[in-house]
Structures are given as C-alpha cells and as structure tokens.
Design a binder for this molecule. Structure first.
Ligand SMILES: Nc1ncnc2c1ncn2[C@@H]1O[C@H](COP(=O)(O)OP(=O)(O)OP(=O)(O)O)[C@@H](O)[C@H]1O
Ligand SMILES: [Mg+2]
Length: 881
C-alpha cells in the first residue's frame, strides 16, 4: 500500500480534504467579489455539491477586509433575526424602537467603517427578518455578498430578490463531474483510481462530495478500498456506513405512510414506469415526493420512468425495509407490471427477479428465460442467481446449461462442472448430453485454459446420431482448437461441420462465425472478416441469449481487422464502445480486462507509450485469477510499453508474469506477449537477441495462423535495424494482408535495407498520416542516417524525427538513440519565438526592422529544421529546445 496520511478513524472529526478543482467557478466568484457591476454572488447547487466549501475557499483567499459570517438553519428559520442573533447587541432593538432593519445593519457594520463581506451559508434557510436585513445591506451598498443556496428549495422572498433583481449574480454549481471526481480522489488517495471503481463510486454518490467522502473513509477503514499494482480499487460491495446512513436519512426527512411507500416502490422497482407507480400508490403522495426531490422522473424511449432522486436514498430505503416488507413490495410490483402487460424484454426479466425476491417464483421456465436474458446483457451475477433458482425449481438440464455458462464466465469452473454433473447423473436425452458437452468445451476453454477441451466435444460428437447436434459439437471442437493455437485442426473441424450442411443451431452458427472471423482477421483477410462479423452482429437476436460471448468476440474480429489495416481510429472506436458497454452496463471483469489490453495495444501502436502502460495496468487489475484469460495480452502490453519507455525492470518482470500467468487456450489473444519479447531485449541493450526474438515471433505467429502478427514481428526487425534480413519476407507477405498498412511496412523494409533516404522520408510521412507516431519517428531517424548528417535533408529528417519522438510520451526505441534537439541560429530562434506568440510575418518584420520576405524565409528554415508545419506546432515545440 502507498504511504498515506493515517486514515481518520475518529468518525466525528475526519480531516478535511484539500480543496481540489472547481477552478472556473472559483475564478468566477473571485472576479465578482473583486470588481464589476454586481454587489456579490450566490452559489446555488444541489446538496453536497461543495457550495459551502467553495465559498469558504474564496473567503480564505481574501487578503483584507472584514468578513461577517451568517448561517441559515432550520432551527432558527422561524425566529426573527435568528440567523444574525450572535451579531446583534444583547438587547435588540435597544429601545424597542422603530426601524429594526437599519439598526441591525448598523450593528453589523465593522468598527473601521469599511464595507464588510457578508458570507451567508444556506441563505435559503434564513428567517425572513435576517433575509430582509441581508437584502437591505446589499441594496444600500453596506455590504458585499457571498452566499450559498440549495437549488430547488424554497427561499425567503428577499433572498430570491437578490438575483431576480440583478443585485447579485447567481452561479450554478453542478455536481462534481466524474473526471474531476477522479482527480480529487487521486489527490486524496495519492494514486490513480481504477476506472470501474471511479464509475461505481460516482454512480452511487452522483458527484455529491459529502457522500463521496463518507464512502472513501468507510472504504479505507474496512479495507474495501485498497491499492493494487499502483491503482486504487474497490473490492466487493459498496456498503453504507451508519454515519452515511444517518446523513442520508436526515436528508430524506420525515415521511408519512403514503410517501414512504411511494419512495419504497420507486426504490425496489427502479426504474419504475410512472403508470405502474400510479397503480400502486396515491397520486398526491407521488407529487409530494417529487416536490421534495425524493423521486425523479425521466424519459426512457416512450416510457416515463421514476426512480429515487439520489441512489443513496434508495440504499437507505432498502436498508430500512424488513425482509417481509421487501417480499411484499416485490410481489405487488410484479403483480402491477403484469397487470399493465409486460411489454419489453427487460420487463420479463424484472418481473421474474421480483417473483424470485418475493418468494413467489415456483415455475422453472420463466427463471430459465430470465437467466439467459440476464447473461445476454452481461449481468453475470444476476444470471447465476436466476440459474440457481431455476435448477432448484427442477429445471433440469435446460436450467443447468445456462447456469453453467454464467459460472464458467465468472471464473467458477468447479461449480459449473458440479452443476452439470448433477443434472447429468441420471438418464439424459441426446440433446441434453450434447448441450452439456458443448458448454463444457466452451467453458473449459475460456475459464480453465484446458487445451484438450476439444476431446469433450469430439467424444460426444462420435456418440450422437442427430446430425444437427453433431454439427454443434464439431463447431465447439473447432473453437477449442483455434484458441489453443491449432488453426489447421480448427479448419478441419469447421469443414466437417459444414459438410453436414449449413449450421442449423443459431448459437453454433454464431460461434462458427467467431472462429471463421478470427481466422480471417488474423490471416490478413480483414475485409471479409469484418463483413462476416457485421452480418452476424446484425443477427444478434438469434443467438445473444445462448452465447452472449459471441458479441464480445465479434467486436474483437472488428477491432483486429482495423488494427491490421492500420486504421487505428476505427480500432479504438470499437474498443472504446465495447469497453464502455462492459464496464457500465455490467462490470463483467473478464470482458473488461480484454478490452483494456487491446486499448493498450492500440495506444502503443500510436506511440502513446504512457497511455499503454496505464490501460494495461487497468486490465491487469481486472484479471480474474493468477492464471487468467487475457493475462498474456495485458501483461504483454505492459512489458512492451515499459520496454519502449526504458523501464527495463518492469518490462522484464511483466514479461515473465505474462508467460507464467497465461492460459494455454488464449494463444491468439495473448500473442502480444510474444511480440513484446524483442523490445524487452532491446531495452536491456541486447539488439542481437532482440532481432532473434522478433524473427522467432514471426515464425511462431505463422505456426498459429496469425499473419497480422507475423507482419508486425517482421516489421519489428526493420525497426531494430536489421531490415535486410526481412525485406524479402515482408514484401512477399504484403499482398496477403488487406488494407493500407501492409504495403507501407513492406516499403519501409525495402527502403531501410537499401538505405534510401527519400523513400524512408516518404514512409515516415505515411506512418505519421496513419497515426503511428513512433514508427514515423523511427523511419525519419533512419532517413537521417541514410542521408548522412552532413547533408541538409539529413539535418531536416533528424529534426523531424526528434519532433515526432517528442510526441510519443517518452518512448525511446533503439532507432531513436542519438537524436539531439535541433539547433537554431540566434536569428532563427528570435523569429521563431515571436511567431510562436502568434505575431504575423509583417508584425515580426516591423519589430525587427526586417523585410517580411526575410522573416518568411527564416521561418521556412525554422519549420524545416524542426519538422513542424505551423505556428501552433512551433509554440508547442519551442519550449523543449
Ligand atoms: N472542491 C472540493 N475539494 C475538496 N473537497 C470538497 C470540495 N468541495 C466540497 N468538498 C468537501 O465535500 C463535502 C461537502 O461539501 P459542502 O459542505 O461544501 O457541500 P454543500 O454543497 O455546501 O452541501 P449542502 O447543500 O449540504 O450544504 C465537505 O466535506 C467538503 O469539505
Ligand atoms: Mg453547505
């Protein structure tokens, strides 16, 4: 664990967090208080957004002047001058006389006669007299104002008049956005927070800093929030502490019977159709709950839905309900939704879950359907609950198979096998036996790494008579072979399946499309690969309830096809989309880890080595166990990126871990670990070993049918300075790989082997256009060497290489060693400096008494020398020279 200030265990007085973010809002407050037309500012926002803290920060920064502090409170809200009582003389008004406002204002004026700053917290809670006093003083320029109010709550008229009449400005403080929350947590915890954790914390706290702080303190005390591999991560459930519970309960306030029930329905049924809620409770109570901001409505397609206004209200309501109460609510919710006619796919799922929770689910069939529905949206935990209930209700093999599926994908293979074995103990139909073999073969491949899992499918296939069932099993066998790195066996089994006709079972047809799509993409046939993936995805309704993993794998086909074509933008788009879906819809960690790893891979190709380290670490934090799916991918990318950043120690240990932790059935997926090896040698200074490892990786890729990766491995030899060894091979390979990247890689090899400066220059520019910045820098450096340092084009190419390398987040590959910052003459530097500030050629000319033409000529020289094209790039680069 990182060194941290001790966790405050005294629940009553935890240390305050440092003030973070909110720069724009703080600037706005400062500007208004310092100067301008307004007599002050009111900061408005939802509870816990940080209004009071922002005001306190602004006050603490003020060097001089008297500050008069006033707070609105519920307790004093009915007492005239209650909020300012502590500032008034003991007997007030002194003579019981007239005009108490004026007298009170006099009492608040500082002895030095200056204009004080009135700092009013929670101005919406001021009693009417105090509110009138504040208004009076501001109106008559007897004070400037810095106040906070909760938005959406009623405030006394004189307070509202302050901004309504334009006396002061009202600024809105939105809940702290998720990115700023991330920065705040990083500062408080002293390290980055893993994205899944950040999103979960944000989702329950909704940018309410008061709640966030309580969660963090609780997480640190209980150990749920901990640092793993440089990342802060929340393990287990997000549970409420008693203190947070009390805080939220106080915020909810007193409820009458109907209001309580309304909030309960909105919580237990979240999100609940407004029409269903109307059936269940009293309309007036719903209105009151909305007015008190306890529940909130939102549109979802054509439906108006209702949910608690804050997720923590729901948590508190849940915690308050007894088990009997919860069962009763669930049963009534299920009845009400069924009575309105469950129309959507997710209605069926919800009603079944409610029936389960209310103890009224008796028939296995709806539970089986719901289990598959839950799995199809990657809610793996819910799928297991439903599946277990379905098995317990006597669902037999039809229940056991989807349950085993969910268990395998949640890294619980022993339990999955047990479930299957139990239902298969007695006599079973042929289709059940094959369903069992099919799921076992898939599950053992994904979660156990059993490279012999194909036997399970093949033995079952030889025992069945129904050709359609046989087909399913042959596809399963092809699947195992492919992931175990045996492409030819995979092809053979797929061909055998096809010989029995078109694959009939939609789930098997989809798995067959995965195997074929991956085979094509890895084989360089990226265009047909993508077409197949797209067509299968369009057909998702036919297979998604049986094999949702197909969705994931087909997105992989798409991403790899873009990657090998060199379309990094499209590849990143696919990755981002799938990664978000996996994280936000349901945190299915196995799926998340895979796409983290691929994102790291793409960023590294872009030359963004530090990003690659970051994303691969996120992936590693999401790995299921020690030996885990995607371990090779994530650790391999970490090794590769660290090596390029010159961190040989991390690179070496990550590579060793990658080898040790990989499953034997992730051969194509984990291949990036093999591609990392040359760079780990290079980081250790052993270029011969690096070249040998790259050549070995190319052979290895060939064996496993990974032509795209073979192309990268051969090209690495070019990057490592041994182009003559591979120029022929890359040129021959090139026509076999679709897309514009392969020809550039082949051109690079030929140009580097021939020492052809202009051609290397052209290759470098092609890489730059495709966004492969590190490759572009390396080719430019090789161009410089080919031209020779004494020649002008050599000087230009070296400058370009240097500038491109500067955009690679610190990556330093062997080809870039020896690059030095370009040198400018004194005159060039002077002109470049002025141009970088945005001055035109004419303005520079006037200032230096030169002709504009001379300035232009100098600038052309500067641009060439630095390898940049415009003033913005110049401004970016100059400070680094
Ligand atoms: N910018 C910030 N940086 C660090 N901590 C903050 C920041 N803003 C708020 N906090 C902390 O979050 C908690 C809630 O903030 P604060 O009390 O200012 O919220 P508020 O909007 O005034 O809430 P309420 O409506 O309940 O009065 C406090 O512990 C505060 O110190
Ligand atoms: Mg406050």
């Amino acid at each position: 664990m990182a060194d941290l200030p001790p966790v405050p265990r005294d629940a009553e007085a935890p240390a305050r967090w440092p003030f973070v973010g909110r720069t724009a809002q703080l600037d706005a407050v400062r500007a208004i208080l310092d100067d301008g037309p307004y007599a002050g500012v009111v900061v408005a926002g939802p509870p816990g957004a940080g209004k009071s803290r922002l005001a306190a920060q602004a006050v603490s920064e003020r060097a001089s002047g008297t500050v008069v502090t006033v707070r609105g409170t519920t307790a004093a809200a009915d007492l005239p001058f209650g909020a300012v009582a502590h500032l008034l003389p003991e007997r007030f008004p002194p003579d019981g006389g007239a005009n108490p406002l004026r007298r009170a204002a006099e009492a608040l004026r500082p002895p030095d006669g200056g204009t004080p700053l009135l700092n009013v917290d929670d101005a919406h809670l001021l009693d009417f007299a105090s509110a009138a006093l504040v208004h009076h003083m501001v109106l008559h320029c007897q004070a400037r104002l810095l106040a906070t109010v909760r938005s959406g709550e009623p405030a006394p008229d004189p307070v509202v008049a302050l901004w309504k009449d334009g006396l002061v400005r009202r600024i809105e403080l939105e809940p702290l956005p998720v990115e700023e929350t991330g920065r705040l947590l990083a500062q408080v915890l002293g390290g980055r927070v893993e994205t899944v954790t950040l999103r979960r914390l944000w989702r329950v706290t909704q940018g309410n800093l008061l709640y966030l702080r309580e969660m963090v303190i609780a997480g640190r005390v209980s150990g749920a929030l901990d640092e793993i591999g440089g990342l802060w991560r929340w393990g287990g459930d997000l549970s409420l502490t008693p203190r947070l519970h009390d805080l939220v309960e106080a915020r909810i306030g007193e409820l009458d019977e109907d209001e309580r029930e309304t909030l309960e329905f909105a919580t237990f049924g979240e999100p609940l159709g407004a029409d269903v809620l109307a059936r269940l409770t009293d309309a007036a109570a719903v209105e009151r709950c909305e007015a008190r901001q306890l529940i909130t409505g939102f549109r979802d397609g054509r439906r108006l839905q209702v949910r608690p206004a804050h997720p923590l209200y729901g948590e508190v309501v849940r915690a308050r309900a007894t088990p009997e109460r919860a069962r009763d609510l669930f049963a009534r919710l299920a009845d009400a939704v069924e009575a309105t006619g469950a129309r959507r796919r997710d209605d069926a799922l919800r009603v079944t879950v409610w029936r389960l929770d209310s103890g009224t689910a008796r028939r296995p069939h709806p539970l089986i359907t719901a289990c598959r529905l839950a799995m199809s949206v990657f809610d793996i935990t819910l799928a297991q609950r439903l599946g277990r209930a379905a098995v317990a209700a006597g669902g037999g093999p039809a229940a056991a198979v989807p349950l085993a599926y969910a268990l395998f994908f949640d890294d619980r293979p022993e339990e999955a096998e047990q479930v299957l074995r139990r239902v298969m103990d007695g006599p079973a139909a042929e289709t059940d036996r094959s369903g069992y073999a099919w799921i076992r073969a898939l599950g053992l491949t994904w979660s156990v790494g059993d490279a012999d899992a194909h036997r399970v499918a093949e033995e079952a296939a030889s025992a069945v008579t129904d050709p359609a069932v046989r087909q399913d099993l042959l596809v399963a066998s092809a699947f195992v072979h492919f992931f175990a790195g045996r492409p030819l066996d995979s092809d053979r089994q797929l061909a055998a399946a096809r010989r029995l006709g078109a694959v009939r079972n939609p789930a098997s047809a989809a798995e067959a499309a995965v195997v074929e799509g991956l085979r094509l993409a890895h084989g360089g046939k990226t265009v047909p690969a993508r077409a197949l993936a797209d067509a299968t995805l369009r057909d998702a309704t036919r297979w998604r309830d049986d094999t949702p993993d197909v969705y994931w794998s087909l997105q992989c086909v798409r991403l790899l096809s873009f990657l090998f074509e060199g379309d990094l933008t499209a590849a990143e788009e696919v990755t981002g989309l799938t990664r978000r879906l996996m994280r936000e819809e349901a945190p299915w960690r196995l799926g998340v880890a895979g796409f983290d790893g691929h994102l790291a891979q793409i960023r590294l190709l872009r030359g963004q080595a530090a990003d690659a380290v970051r994303f691969s670490r996120e992936g590693i934090a999401n790995l299921g166990g020690y030996k885990a799916g995607f371990a090779g991918l994530c650790l391999g990318e970490l090794a590769h990126a660290s090596a390029l950043l010159g961190d040989g120690a991390t690179a070496e240990s990550a590579l060793a871990d990658a080898v040790d932790r990989s499953l034997r059935t992730f051969v194509p997926i984990d291949f990036p670990a093999t591609l990392a090896r040359p760079w780990v040698h290079a980081a250790a200074g052993d270029l011969d070993a690096a070249v040998a490892a790259a050549l070995a990786a190319a052979d290895d890729a060939e064996t496993h049918g990974l032509r795209g990766y073979r192309m990268f491995a051969l090209h690495d030899v070019v990057r490592l300075g041994a182009a003559p060894l591979v120029a022929g091979r890359l040129t021959r390979l090139c026509p076999a790989v679709d897309g514009p990247l392969a020809p550039v890689l082949a051109r690079h090899a030929v140009a580097a082997a021939a020492g052809d400066g202009p051609e290397l220059d052209a290759v470098s520019r092609a890489f730059e256009r495709m966004g492969l910045l590190l490759h572009a820098a390396e080719a430019a450096a090789q161009a410089a060497a080919a031209y020779g340092p004494a020649r002008r084009p050599g000087v230009f190419a070296a400058s370009r290489a240097w500038a491109l390398a500067g955009r690679c987040q610190g990556a330093r590959s062997p080809a870039l060693r020896g690059l030095t910052p370009p040198r400018l003459t004194a005159r060039q530097r002077e002109i470049a400096g002025l141009a970088a500030t945005g001055l035109s050629n004419r303005e520079i000319a006037d200032r230096l008494t030169l002709s504009p033409r001379t300035v232009a000529n100098h600038l052309v020289g500067v641009y060439r020398r630095l390898g940049v094209g415009d003033r913005a790039a110049l401004a970016d680069l100059l400070p680094r020279i």
